[in-house]
Design a protein around this ligand. Sequence first.
Ligand code: OAD
Length: 269
Amino acid sequence: RSPLRLYSTIDDAVSLIRKSSKIVVISGAGISVSCGIMDFRSPNGFYAMLRKEGIEPPEKIFTIHEFRKDPSLFYKYNHPLYEERYIPSLTHFFISRLEAENRLRRVYTQNIDNLESDAGVSRLLQVHGSSGHFSCMTCKKKVSIDAISPLLKKGEVLYCEHCPVGTGVMKPDIVFFGEDLPESFYTEYPLDLESCDLLIVTGTSMMVQPVSHLPEILKKTVPRILVNRDVVGQPGSYDIHLLGNIDTIFSALAERLSWRLPVTKDERT
Ligand code: OAD
């Protein structure tokens, strides 16, 4: 695909948003960094931290066959995500406003932090699942994160209360490498992407399949905007590159659209 040469500036992005009613957003960990949650692949991200601890490759912490062999690694280094409640960023609220304005077709988020829902987004597909629950790998019984978060802080493997002592490892209901994505990904995503009239990709390195392949489903003529610190994907993947801090860029877009967004943690402090 060659970029559609008609667009290039932030004002082009604003006019595209104004005239689109089936916008698809593909998002990733970068949109929650300002909320206090590390992303994965930035130089100071979660994977760099794991490498410093000698865990190589760091992805193995989220790989299902490694977890089956030895779940202690996951529990020892489990993402701080499970230990605190975070507040959505300005970017989450921008996406929510897209929906309120009837412009949003779907958000495909790779994030498991539920911050899109907390910001009020309902047209949401959490392609890597949600951090809200853990399930027993043996009896499948579910528990909510609120019930177990004090235990998670200890960094020890969590076992099921309903299985014999020391059996029934609890696993978060997130998609590990080597596991299937939620059924809705295969049933809903082709429909939403086929009808999409504007793509916004933000806060993701687009390095993990199958999300990295989603843009290929769109018609070639659909304009694509990247909002990110760095350029990702193949050359020519995007028509407009808005590079820099995500919240700053969405704030500038909101201002030009005359959208007032809720006050976020950053602005309060
Ligand atoms: P990554 O950490 O791979 O990518 C985050 C992107 O956001 C990078 O391009 C950063 O430069 C950018 N970024 C971070 N903070 C930013 C900021 N404040 N302003 C602008 N840009 C910023 O995260 P994902 O692409 O979401 O999967 O990672 C995809 C998947 O890899 C995750 O869902 C997880 C991981 O392994 C599983 O565990 C299955």
